[in-house]
Design a protein around this ligand. Structure first.
Ligand code: GMT
Length: 382
């Protein structure tokens, strides 16, 4: 199959999922063409089936806002036409689904029929997409997609609740490469970070408001009063300066490390005892799955799709958004040496449900179904 993948090239969840999906499809013999504005962060190896096409946006003094969507649609037309793509798979509705709709219409005028599949990732529905500035376009472009997937049941439900969607939405959950994300022996690293065998709590995110990093720090400060522990914060984003200030005010800087953006997150997760995800919104919680694959139990909220991943009382605990005290109580329970090994083993077992080898074939089957449906329809109309 020849597949065009459109995504954000950043470290964010949707870009990571799209890139890992493309890499795996290429390894399985499919030809994959990434179309985006810069090299995807995790597109880090050579394979004869992988191609990357950069979207170039010409600048002109008239443009206060350079029209990325138009440049993207033109690039999709070009690649679909000349590479003879079988399917175009766009990740994150805004603006990829509407740009794909435009590309599809242009291709039709040239007698080329290419099915478009849109994968909804979260904030494209739960936050940004709901804004009146985008809602009509998001609704239209989802309905115009030939296939639609969502990364959790919760996101599927929320999409139907908020938007007038006529399409069937298929849930294909996110996945994990268990060969990459596995607990590695990093004793020297652990000894350097927690020299007195303090417990290690970890949080990774893009430090945006919805992640509630302040709750991470407040949970940690209270846990630290009961158990000697350290906190590692991976990632960067708009909330970071405020969080650094908070740590200084709380006088806990000696036990908190801001590590910034890291490629090898699995190395940090390999020395962790507990992962904190107190998010206000989270359609799936890929960062928690990465932690679980490294045998790290999860303290999270019950927001969005997280409970579909983090099983309460088994792989960790889920609490109401903002209930810091409950999350502290649960964290202390897990960190008890009598409980920790069981939670670690359960977290790993649950991660296996989302094994890349089980989930990626679901996408291939979905592509084939949508391609066959479209062939039947266009075949009939020709
Ligand atoms: O969390 C973010 O802000 C990044 C965002 C993205 O689209 O890059 O992540 C969303 O997609 C991920 C991959 O499907 C999910 O694991 C995240 O839960 C989801 N984030 C939210 O819903 C806030």
């Amino acid at each position: 199959m020849k597949i065009g993948i459109v995504c954000y090239p950043t470290f964010g969840g949707s870009g990571v999922v799209a890139t890992e999906l493309g890499k795996e499809l290429a390894l399985k013999g499919h030809q994959v063409h990434f179309i985006t504005y810069s090299q995807p962060a995790r597109l880090d190896f050579f394979n004869e089936n992988l191609f990357y096409h950069e979207v170039y946006i010409p600048s002109y003094p008239l443009f206060q806002y350079p029209p990325y969507e138009l440049a993207l649609a033109s690039k999709m037309v070009d690649i679909a036409r000349f590479e003879k793509l079988d399917v175009l798979h766009v990740h994150y509705a805004i603006p990829h689904a509407s740009a794909a709709y435009m590309a599809k219409q242009i291709l039709r005028t040239k007698g080329i029929y290419i099915p478009v599949i849109t994968t909804l990732h979260g904030t494209d529905i739960t936050l940004v997409g709901k804004d009146a500035s985008f809602e009509p376009v998001v609704t239209f472009s989802i309905n115009q997609s030939d296939g639609v997937t969502a990364v959790s049941e919760s996101l599927r439900t929320e999409t139907y609740e908020f938007f007038q969607i006529e399409k069937e939405i298929e849930v294909i959950p996110n996945f994990i490469d268990l060969n990459k994300f596995k607990r590695q022996k990093k004793e020297h690293f652990r000894a350097a970070i927690s020299p007195n065998n303090e417990k290690l709590l970890v949080h990774t995110s893009n430090f945006r408001g919805v992640k509630r990093v302040e709750d991470v720090i407040r949970i940690f400060a209270k846990v630290r009063e009961k158990i000697s522990s350290k906190l590692l914060l991976v990632g960067d984003g708009p909330e970071r300066p405020k969080m650094e200030k908070l740590c200084r005010e709380m006088k806990i800087c000696n036990d908190v490390r801001f590590l910034g953006k890291l490629e090898a997150v699995e190395e940090v997760l390999s020395i962790a005892d507990l992962f904190l995800m107190p998010s206000e919104k989270e359609s799936f919680g890929l960062a928690a799955l990465e932690a679980m694959a490294c045998e790290v139990p999860v303290i999270s909220t019950n927001a969005g799709g997280i409970p579909e991943l983090n099983t309460h009382g088994v792989t960790g605990f889920v609490s109401e958004v903002g209930d810091v005290d409950d999350m502290v109580k649960n964290a202390l329970y897990i960190l008890d040496d009598a409980n920790l090994p069981t939670f670690k083993a359960n977290a790993l077992a649950r991660a296996h449900v989302f094994d890349i080898n089980k989930i990626v074939p679901l996408y291939v089957q979905f592509y084939q179904r949508i391609i066959d449906t479209q062939l039947a329809e266009t075949g009939n109309s020709l």
